[in-house]
Design a protein around this ligand. Structure first.
Ligand SMILES: [Zn+2]
Length: 343
């Protein structure tokens, strides 16, 4: 079959009018200064799209535009009749591309979710002005006061002052040159509990202080909370969760949920558990501090064991907002840290 076409050499805007011979297996091209023979297998023919011109793309990237759509369609019908294989091949390679694209997309999303999102949230949380942490802390505290029954501490003032003095020393040692306003607040609440808020406010309940058989056990918990503040685990958590939430909203198109997000933020800070990774990091930081003091990790592991003798997740009775790894795992990780430090 003979067709008229326009030849565009690769990487050039030059247009050359050519005669196109379509034979059983090859495409033959002749025009001014152009003589080409190309196996049809190596050529890609664009899909029909309305009345738009179609084109062959050759293996070197050159294109041949064809405007006689009827003649081309007739040739295609002949081709298909004479060799169904071409068609199967085209379909097959298309499906392969779809499969590859889908796999690529899944891999990309996994990388974004598992690596880029946490890394981005970390960068952002550590760079946010302290004002953001202050506002978030204020709002979260209000949420806490409605969620939990927090009464003023009943511990003697001297006892509280002594613990707070050690806490200040620890914050200075563990987070030197920090921009946070580290301070310790005591509450009377029925469960042994401690938690940290983004601006450096660490809260501890009387029950936890009373559960401790040695002050070092309290300091172990406080060290754990200081790491949560230093690494900004609270804000990172909220940022990561709201990013997923935002992307989901964009995908599903349900905009109404976005409006509710601003007001949901303090509740998220209060109720979303830390990831196990954050808990582990806080435990490791606390272990490093305890080891440095020459106390070993026992103060923290003893207290964990005592608060949670049955090995339940500490999330229920421990930190207000946490899904802790199983206590046994945490204690094992602490001991591993200690034996690594001892070597
Ligand atoms: Zn924690």
């Amino acid at each position: 079959m003979l067709l008229a076409g326009t030849y565009y050499p690769p990487g050039s805007s030059q247009a050359i009018e050519v005669a196109l011979h379509l034979e059983a297996d090859v495409l033959r091209l002749s025009g001014e200064g152009v003589e080409l023979v190309e196996p049809l297998e190596a050529c890609v023919l664009s899909e029909p799209l309305g009345r738009m011109a179609r084109h062959f793309t050759l293996s070197d990237g050159a294109r041949i535009e064809i405007t006689d759509l009827e003649a081309l369609a007739e040739w295609e019908t002949q081709q298909r009749r004479s060799s169904g294989l071409h068609w199967v091949h085209a379909l097959e390679s298309r499906w392969r591309w779809v499969a590859v694209s889908v796999l690529f997309l899944i891999a990309l999303m996994a990388v974004l979710y598992l690596w880029a999102l946490p890394a981005g949230a970390r960068q952002l949380a550590l760079k946010l002005p302290p004002e953001v942490g202050r506002v978030a802390t204020e709002q979260a505290m209000q949420a806490f006061e409605t969620l939990f029954d927090f009464e003023p501490s009943e511990l003697p003032e001297a006892r509280r002052d002594a613990i707070a003095a050690q806490f200040a020393l620890m914050a200075a040692a563990m987070d030197p040159g920090n921009q946070r306003d580290y301070r310790l607040k005591f509450f009377h609440a029925p469960m042994p509990n401690a938690f940290a808020l983004p601006d450096g406010l660490v809260c501890i309940t009387d029950a936890l202080v009373e559960k401790a058989e040695h002050d070092r056990e309290i300091f172990g918990v406080l060290a754990h909370e200081i790491v949560h503040v230093r690494e900004q685990h609270g804000l990172r958590n909220v940022l990561q969760n709201s990013a997923v939430f935002l992307i989901w909203t964009l995908m599903t198109g349900d905009i109404s949920t976005v409006a509710g997000m601003g007001s949901a933020l303090p509740a998220m800070l209060a109720q979303t558990g830390y990831s196990r990774g954050f808990e582990r990091e806080a435990d490791q930081g606390a272990a490093d501090y305890l080891i440095e003091q020459g106390w070993g990790v026992q103060p923290l592991s003893d207290l964990l064991r005592r608060i949670d003798p049955e090995g339940f997740d500490l999330g229920k009775t421990g930190e207000a907002f946490s899904t802790h790894p199983l206590t046994a795992d945490r204690i094992k990780a602490l001991e591993d840290r200690a034996s690594a430090a001892g070597k």
